[in-house]
Write a protein that binds this ligand. Structure first.
Ligand code: ADP
Ligand code: GLC
Length: 490
């Protein structure tokens, strides 16, 4: 890179807020490029499939190129693509359009399961993005790929395009947002997506008889990062390694942990248009009105003084719903409301629907993806519960704190790196943690939390500590920038 030029970084990602989102990955890829661009040192572009969800938004798009073809894909409908450009305030987004692959109801699959051709869909996306760089005449200094859906960019770069002079200087960072989702497909897929068959061996992409896309990201990148320092350590152990801990240990010199931030502009109780009233640390009164609105929207008594425990989450095994449901009888013996918003696995939905039938007076449930309601829950709740089995980073504890709501979390991954147990002697700490994935441990944390809720001076201090936390992106964006520079020197 010429010193006078900006460092060019291409984000390859299967989701980005606010265009297409199923979880925290979208929040990160929507915010980090913004803060990197604002540093003035980098030029960032984001590459994303053109999903139906994005089409419906009728954005102001510029057609960059059309009638493009990836000949290795069989039928006409599966070869063709176009590229559209979308200009955000701070950076450009490039959308890869192929309606056969991406014009569908969901991003990855229905509540019943994944789309069976996900292996082809995301291989197509990766190869199209690499083709796109040439078309827009913008060869990145660094590719920053996120999660298994983007990992094949690095396999193509290393094993198919290695002789292409254009990419000679392009380096890469692969970020693991969640090691549990790996993209596993039958061996034949390699040939079908234009990758050499010799990659089907244990030193490469083979994984217990199948092809593992995520492994390509781990092996063919110059460096790997995870979204919290604790998770970068945890995944090197068999307990959290999902079969890849050995691979990660081998690359531990090149494995880094950078804690996510949140977008303080987009998530601000003083301005959030989703809220019925606004508030801040200095003038917190509006939070009470949010609380009343939240109680009303679940048909609970808006005048009630009982604390509200909120929970907003994908309904997935990772998030601890088996522990929650097992503990519900005990939790709901306490004077509190529990309000849950989530979508995802049908099995978990059914368990929760059954629980609401049993506790209609105290348990509120909405099965939906509803950003507006999520924000009302962050604002209107007193506590926010995250009983995750594992958590690479977790953003919901950070949103809660930003909205003056106290997290009660399992001590794992990024939860451990962002929540500190409240200490009544020193008046420090911003929440409550529990270690064991067990009812007794969860209840003990809940009871400590409820105890301080009753003691006004402690409660006021806790909330003040919450408001004073700083998870803004500026610091983490700087960490990424430094890591990019380090990678270019490898
Ligand atoms: P993960 O990425 O594992 O789902 P995170 O805590 O990193 O977990 O991020 C979750 C993000 O998704 C947050 O922005 C949260 O508000 C949002 N979210 C999760 N479930 C819902 C839902 N049902 N409705 C609205 N937003 C949701
Ligand atoms: C993943 C993780 C979550 C993390 C998010 C953003 O979805 O499950 O913990 O916060 O990615 O990095």
């Amino acid at each position: 890179m010429d010193q006078t030029e900006h460092l060019k970084v291409a984000f390859i990602t299967p989701e980005m807020a606010p265009l297409a989102k199923t979880g925290g990955l979208a929040d990160v890829t929507g915010a980090l490029p913004k803060y990197l661009s604002r540093s003035g040192q980098l030029e960032v572009t984001v590459w994303l499939p053109f999903y139906r969800e994005i089409k419906k938004k009728n954005l102001n798009l510029k057609l960059v190129a059309t009638n493009l073809k990836l000949d290795i894909f069989p039928a006409e409908s599966q070869k063709n693509f176009s590229i559209f450009e979308y200009q955000t305030e701070d950076f450009k987004v490039y959308l890869v359009q192929n309606d056969f692959y991406f014009d569908r109801d969901y991003l990855y699959g229905t509540p019943e399961g994944d789309y069976p051709d996900n292996g082809h869909r995301f291989a197509f996306f990766c190869l199209a993005a690499l083709t796109g760089f040439k078309l827009i005449n913008w060869i990145p200094d660094l590719i920053h790929a996120h999660d298994w859906q983007s990992a094949l960019t690095l396999a193509y770069l290393k094993h198919v395009l290695a002789t292409d002079g254009l990419y000679q200087k392009t380096r890469s960072l692969f970020t693991i947002h969640n090691l549990a989702y790996q993209g596993l497909f039958p061996p034949e897929i390699l040939g079908q997506v234009g990758l050499p068959g010799y990659l089907f061996n244990p030193e490469d992409m083979e994984f217990y008889g199948r092809v593992n896309y995520l492994k390509a990201g781990l092996l063919y990148s110059e460096a790997i990062s995870t979204v919290s320092p604790t998770y970068s350590q945890e995944i090197q152990t068999p307990e959290f390694g999902f079969g890849l801990d050995g691979v990660l240990r081998k690359r531990s010199e090149r494995l880094f942990g950078i804690l996510n931030g949140i977008d303080y502009q987009e998530w601000n109780p003083a301005t959030d248009p989703a809220l019925p009233a606004h508030y801040s640390r200095q003038s917190p009164a509006g939070k009470f009105l949010c609380r009343q609105e939240l109680l009303r929207s679940f048909n609970f008594d808006a005048q009630s003084k009982q604390p509200i425990v909120g929970l907003v989450s994908r309904l997935a095994g990772q998030k601890g719903f088996d522990l929650l449901v097992k503990s519900l009888d005990e939790i709901l013996k306490r004077d509190l409301y529990l309000i849950i918003l989530g979508t995802g696995e049908k099995k978990i939905q059914d368990m929760l629907i059954q629980a609401v039938r049993k506790y209609p007076q105290k348990l509120g449930l909405k099965i939906a993806f509803d950003d507006r309601l999520a924000r009302l829950i962050y604002a209107g709740s007193d506590f926010f519960l995250i009983p995750s089995r594992y958590e690479p980073c977790g953003l919901t504890q950070m949103y809660s704190l930003r909205y003056g709501t106290i997290p009660i979390v399992r001590s794992t991954g990024g939860l451990k790196d962002s929540v500190q147990e409240f200490n009544p002697q020193r008046l420090e700490g911003n929440g409550f943690l529990f270690e064991e994935y067990e009812t007794l441990s969860l209840l003990a944390a809940l009871d400590r939390a409820l105890g301080f809720y009753q003691q006004k001076p402690f409660w006021a201090k806790l909330k003040d500590n919450a408001f004073r936390c700083d998870f803004s992106w500026e610091k983490s964006a700087l960490n990424y920038y430094e890591l990019y520079l380090k990678i270019l020197r490898f």
